[in-house]
Each structure stands twice: as C-alpha cells, then as structure tokens.
Design a protein around this ligand. Structure first.
Ligand code: BEZ
Length: 211
C-alpha cells in the first residue's frame, strides 16, 4: 500500500554505520529525513552524500535527524565512506542504513521495478516529531537531488507546524508567508497582532514569524 503524506512512517530495525537502530525510537520527538540512494560506489550518490554531510549543521539547527539508506552491505558502507571523504572533502557524519535484503526499501516503496529491480530510486521522506510523513519526493537514479531544497521545505514545514502559516511559490526563508485558510480572521488577530495584508479573503500575507 502506498505511503502517503499524513501516514505514520513505517517502523523498522536496521544496521547502520552508527549501530543498530529502531527507527521510531531513533527519531522520537525529532524531525527526520530518510533518503535512499541507488547504490554504493556510484558517482551521483557520492556527491549527494558529501553534500548532505556538509549540510549537517543546518539539519542540526532544525532538530532534524538525517538517515541515508542503500540496498548494500554494511561492510561496503565503510569502504565507500572513505571515498566520500577523499573526493567530497567531508566525512560521513550521519547514519547510513544497510538494507541488504531490500526489506526497508520495499516497505517505503523505494524500489520501482520498472526503473530497476534491485536498486532504489532517489526517495526522500521528511517525517515530523509525530512520526507522520510530511513530504515525499522521488527522483530517478540519474538525477542528483537538491538538498538545499530539502532544507527549504523543512523550513516551510516547521513554520506551518509552529505558526499555522503556509509558504507561497518559490518562497525562501525570510520572505513573507500566507495565513492558512483554516485560521479564521478572528483567530488571526490573536496570532498575528501586527496584522496582515488581505489580497483576497483567502490570500492573507504576513511577514515570516520568528521564533
Ligand atoms: C549514481 O549514483 O551515479 C548512479 C547510480 C545509479 C544509476 C545511475 C547513476
């Protein structure tokens, strides 16, 4: 059955480069990003894991635990980690799941048989502290993802969770946001005492709230 936004992220146990985990215990009360990469010792994946390691401070700032996954053996992860450090200038600093049986990948529908029978596509799941799926993305193996975009989406998701605001097209952190339709004008007066710009009754713009 498809995993949809709003569903509880399926739990699993796994061996990772940082030890054994039970996913739900591991992410308990934190945000998480679970992403698959098709195969160890492949060029695009090497660049993606380097970029993710460089962004670790940004994920930490947002209380996000990052986990990579590939359908490869744990001992292969160690050798590949050395290559990532050598070629990308940064060591792996987040757990990489070894899903050699493909069980977790199948649970999360990361294997698309008409693309490839054993390798995963490039899936991304952002999971909230309530363990629910907040976002899912799928890219083909040949296209590296934009991890700055993943950070941007997390900023949007966290603003929605905290302030009941949504973010408009091409929004960037710091720009104006939109009051979600579920908030009545009466409630908005309390939540946004500085007021808002009403372009239409359903399109109410406010400066981005700050923590
Ligand atoms: C890569 O990471 O470079 C890659 C992996 C699988 C298929 C194509 C590219």
């Amino acid at each position: 059955m498809a995993i949809l936004i709003g569903d509880i992220a399926p739990d699993f146990e796994a061996e990772t480069t940082e030890g054994h985990i039970r996913f739900h215990d591991y992410i308990d009360g934190h945000w998480a990003v679970l992403f698959s990469h098709p195969k160890n010792f492949t060029p695009v994946c090497t660049t993606e894991l380097g970029a993710t390691a460089k962004l670790k401070p940004e994920f930490d700032k947002r209380d996000v635990k990052v986990l990579g996954l590939s359908v490869d053996k744990l001992e292969n992860h160690a050798g590949w980690s050395k290559d990532i450090e050598e070629t990308q200038g940064v060591a792996l600093n987040f757990p990489l799941i070894s899903d050699a049986t493909g069980d977790i990948a199948r649970k999360y529908e990361m294997i698309h048989p008409n693309a490839d029978n054993s390798m995963t596509v490039r899936s991304v799941f952002v999971i909230g502290p309530d363990k629910k799926i907040k976002l899912k993305l799928e890219y083909p193996a040949s296209t590296g993802r934009n991890f700055d975009e993943i950070i941007r989406v997390i900023d949007s998701l966290q603003l929605t969770a905290k302030y009941q605001v949504a973010t408009p097209v091409n929004w960037k952190n710091g720009e104006d946001v939109i009051i979600v339709p579920a908030v009545s004008n009466e409630d908005a007066k309390e939540k946004f005492p500085g007021g808002w710009k009403e372009i239409k009754p359903y399109l109410r713009i406010v400066p981005q709230p700050r923590a």
